[in-house]
Ligand binder design. Structure first.
Ligand code: FAD
Ligand code: NAD
Length: 479
């Protein structure tokens, strides 16, 4: 008889491993299968996020930002440095250490929760007699069929390739390749001015690459509030990121001089010669060899596993979470889905509030928001009020030499409920947490107004934006 589990999770990224841990905490018998293989041939848990996404990108963003500040900001503080240099190999090795300790941490957490962590490949088979079956191939190639009452699919996503610029792992690379560069390219082309394009473009720009970002759309960061996108574009241009909007790439040719990109924009045919190209035009759900014929799990027209609002696929006791299913491709969205599914399996009440998922872009200035943009609220027809507070008027931001950007709060006129908070400025990703918690509990603008915020902190900008929504701001003239 095959080994029988209560729950088998396929994928140990930020959606899969929390599902497995919570299922273990719920006293279920759990296995979690993951086959992530690094460039050096080692296997690791943690998925894209820990190995090739959130964590390594933030490590390099931090190092490159420190270098940039040492060069451009320290003097303003009266600190004189001579001959500031950087060492890409040392930056990369610091990043690798952080990644390694994080992924080893996941293995330890799984073990601690009593989860049988299996290295290798998992594939959902056709259920037999109401029992779900998973084919597990270990790293030596040995195949076993495991049985489970519940299966959670969490196989994540992979970068989307551009037909005209297939990845070659050397000159035309994906985001993982861009995180592994061993030297700063002189000229870096980035296709896509999305989150990855801006974060990784910033890293290499700060280290001296001449970065050109080609974005197919005419608008910049259309998912963000328009005031935030405009402020962001202004700042990125000032930093030297050459963002070209409405640029449609048609071909790439490799030659002695580098890669020549052909594209068209409003002015017609253009070409750009670069040393390396990062293609960051989005990611697609990864379902290769995940579902055996007869498994019954359906995909939608874009290749995502079809699920309902509770992450149930159409098959009994088969669930799917994270980047594999609809919704924003964010680690924290996947984590919440994984935990909620494990609680639902255990018969507990749980749900994901898809309306209150924060977004953060870790550029400088940082960008963060939760809830609706002003454009979305306007389109809904609901009467609204807006309060905005610039970091220029924040004593703490000025003391930090980071008085850039603003916090904007949008609230309903009828109920005073806060509908959206949008921040561009220092530590925006940390500041948004207050708004997320408050909005989770349907806070009003007055709730923010009557909450004491420590002085001097950046969080006073959130407080003042709430006051400004009713034209009672203290630290900035009301308009
Ligand atoms: P993944 O993390 O992709 O994990 C899926 C796992 O399943 C992988 O380990 C894979 O090897 C394994 N797997 C797949 N198929 C099988 C199979 N058949 N058998 C066994 N194992 C299998 N999000 C944020 O929220 N914040 C950020 O700052 C952020 N930064 C990012 C930066 C970059 C450069 C990138 C690329 C992404 C970033 N993301 C960020 C997005 C985030 O990484 C993803 O949303 C998140 O990793 C999705 O989690 P997941 O568990 O669904 O999938
Ligand atoms: P994205 O969807 O954020 O941006 C892709 C960009 O490429 C878009 O602006 C799109 O218009 C553009 N584009 C698409 N096709 C193009 C083409 N042919 N030519 C030029 N431009 C084109 O995708 P991404 O930046 O690749 O990131 C993938 C996912 O990873 C995102 O969903 C994101 O949420 C996640 N991620 C999150 C973070 C974070 O939370 N800080 C960081 C990195 C990645």
């Amino acid at each position: 008889m095959s080994e029988q589990y209560d729950v088998i999770v396929i994928g140990a990224g930020p959606a899969g491993y929390p599902a497995a841990i919570r299922a273990g905490q719920n006293k279920l018998k759990v296995a979690c299968i993951d086959g992530w293989k690094n460039y050096d041939g080692s296997y690791a848990f943690g998925g894209t996020c820990l190995n090739a996404g959130c964590i390594p990108s933030k490590a390099l963003l931090e190092s490159s930002e420190l270098y940039h500040r040492a060069q451009h900001e320290f003097e303003l503080h009266g600190i004189k440095l001579k001959g500031v240099e950087f060492d890409v190999a040392a930056m990369q090795s610091r990043k690798s250490k952080i990644v390694k300790s994080s992924t080893q941490g996941i293995a330890a957490l799984l073990k601690g929760a009593g989860v049988n962590a299996l290295v290798g490949h998992g594939k959902l088979l056709k259920a037999e007699g109401g029992v779900n079956k998973v084919e597990y191939t270990d790293k030596e190639g040995k195949v076993q069929v495991l049985s489970a009452t519940h299966v959670v699919l969490a196989s994540g996503s992979v970068p989307t390739e551009l037909k005209s610029l297939p990845f070659d792992g050397k000159d035309i690379i994906d985001s993982w390749g861009a995180l592994e560069l061993s030297a700063v390219p002189k000229r870096l082309g980035v296709i896509g001015a999305g989150v990855i394009g801006l974060e990784l473009g910033s890293v290499w720009n700060r280290l001296g690459a001449q970065v050109t970002v080609l974005e197919a759309l005419d608008s910049f960061l259309p998912m963000a509030d328009q005031a935030v996108s405009a402020e962001a574009l202004k700042n990125f241009k000032k930093q030297g990121l050459d963002v070209k909007l409405g640029a449609k790439v048609s071909a790439a040719t490799k030659g002695k001089d580098g890669v020549t990109l052909k594209y068209t924009d409003a002015s017609g045919e253009q070409s750009l010669v670069v040393d390396k190209v990062v293609v960051a035009i989005g990611r697609r759900p990864f379902t290769t060899n995940l579902l055996a014929e007869g498994s019954g799990v359906e995909l939608d027209e874009r290749g995502f596993v079809k699920v309902d609002h509770e992450c149930r696929t159409g098959m009994a006791n088969v669930w799917a979470v994270g980047d594999l299913v609809r919704g924003p491709m964010l680690a924290h969205k996947g984590k919440e889905e994984g935990v909620v599914v494990a609680d639902l399996i255990a018969g507990k009440h749980a749900e994901v509030n898809y309306n209150i998922i924060p977004s953060v872009i870790y550029t400088a200035p940082e960008i963060a928001w939760v809830g609706q943009t002003e454009q979305q609220v306007k389109q809904s027809g609901r009467a609204y009020k807006v309060g905005s507070f610039p970091f220029m008027a924040s004593g703490r931001a000025r003391a930090m030499e980071a008085a850039v950007g603003f916090c904007k709060m949008i609230s309903a006129v009828d109920t005073d409920e806060v509908l959206g908070v949008h921040i561009i400025g220092p530590m925006a990703g940390e500041l948004i947490g207050e708004a997320v918690l408050a909005m989770e509990y349907s806070a009003s603008t007055e709730d923010f107004q009557r909450t004491i915020h420590a002085h001097p902190t950046l969080s006073e900008a959130v407080h003042e934006a709430a006051l400004a929504a009713d034209k009672i701001a203290i630290d900035f003239p009301n308009r």
